[in-house]
Design a protein around this ligand. Structure first.
Ligand code: F6P
Length: 364
């Protein structure tokens, strides 16, 4: 039988198991393909002995609503930068990609399906250029990949963040408080703006629109003056003020901010206090709750569609491409197109216009 190897890389996200199940069930419709999985991204292939899981229909039965990934994942290292501890305790990184490609050939692997975010798609492109038959599946709660209308996992994260806003509204209203909710999203504000809209927050601060602290303070003062008594502020972890003290953030190799959980919520609360805000304020950092647990129906369906399409590309011998959702179709786009730019919120987009249309403060 021909072998397709599946792996999940980068941070986990709801729906990964539904993709794996989709791949295995589509392969099972053929006579001549079998599916195996590499544990913790490509690491399972590179480890000695290898860590590979047989993925039969029985093994994937009922996993579509389980959170996480049955294959495990990692956002460190990988075949292009494998970490090696030196004698002096420092780490260096070596390229093991050629060795890995040889190993995969030896194992009889005809095709690799890599389920991951932008970092994984970049690794896939590099491996494809070296001759590996790779297909990509876009995954991230951040929804920041440009070639696809949505990544799976994003809508589940929005649902969880919305539930958080709903809960914070009732406690904030009971105590006449300002509550700041920090959500994930890296350099994109999709989770923040969507949950702020769905939950009815008064203020939403996103990376795409640098915020003016005085505008936020103005909303708080007006709400309390008008007797409305509470304010919910949703802030994306990558949000930054127009000027002044920007949080010290390092950038990774592709120039994206490395963010610290709670950093922006904390900064905003302290800055508001320093600017004279005397409201009773609290902060909540939603963190990894946005990534764990069961995917909502939308993400299970999208993930299954992605899994089936990825397996079909393998059957057709179409490599170097990432599956994508471009309404109403599931399509395949070259990796190079998929990784050429990020999908961030445009300040003149309909979501921004709707938020402004209901009077939500976006910090400018
Ligand atoms: O990319 C997904 C994501 O959850 C981001 O929203 C967040 O910035 C980052 O991963 C957190 O990564 P880690 O789980 O490694 O802390």
């Amino acid at each position: 039988k021909k072998k397709v190897l599946v792996l999940t890389g980068g941070g986990d996200c709801p729906g990964l198991n539904a993709v794996i199940r989709g791949i295995v069930k589509r392969a099972a419709q053929t006579e001549d393909w079998e599916v195996i999985g590499s544990i913790q991204s490509f690491d399972g292939v590179l480890r000695e002995p290898t860590e590979i899981m047989e993925l039969t229909e029985k093994r994937v039965s009922g996993i579509h609503f389980q959170g996480g990934t049955i294959l495990g994942t990692t956002n460190k290292g990988g075949p292009l930068a494998w970490p090696v501890k030196e004698n002096d305790g420092t780490w260096s990184f070596i390229d093991r990609s050629d060795e890995m490609i040889r190993k995969l050939k030896h194992m009889g692997v005809e095709a690799v399906i890599s389920i991951g975010g932008d970092g994984s798609q970049r690794i896939s492109q590099a491996l494809f250029e070296k001759g590996l038959n790779v297909i990509g599946v876009p995954k991230t709660i951040d929804n920041d990949l440009s070639a696809t209308d949505y990544t799976f996992g994003y809508q589940t994260a929005v649902q969880i963040a919305t539930e958080a806003v709903d809960r914070l509204v009732t406690t904030a209203a009971s105590h006449n408080r300002v509550i700041i909710l920090e959500v994930m999203g890296r350099d994109a504000g999709w989770i923040a703006l969507s949950s702020a809209l769905a939950g009815g927050a008064e203020v939403c601060l996103i990376p795409e629109i640098p915020y003016d602290l005085n505008k936020v303070l103005g909303v708080i003062n007006k709400r309390f003056k008008d007797g409305k008594g509470h304010v919910i502020i949703v802030i994306a972890e990558g949000a930054k003020p127009v000027e002044g003290d920007v949080l010290a953030q390092e950038s990774d190799e592709v120039g994206r901010a490395n963010l610290k959980l709670g950093g922006v919520a904390d900064k905003l609360l302290k800055d508001l206090k320093a600017a004279g805000c005397d409201a009773d304020m609290r902060e909540t950092v939603l963190g990894h709750l946005q990534r764990g647990g069961v995917p909502i129906a939308f993400d299970r369906i999208l993930a299954t569609q992605f899994g089936v399409k990825a397996m079909e590309l393998a059957l057709e011998g179409e490599f170097g491409k990432m599956v994508a959702y471009q309404h109403p179709s599931i399509v395949a786009v070259p990796f190079l197109e998929a990784i050429s730019k990020y999908n961030i919120i445009k300040p003149d987009s309909s979501l921004v216009k709707t938020a402004r249309g209901i009077g939500m403060c976006l910090g400018n």
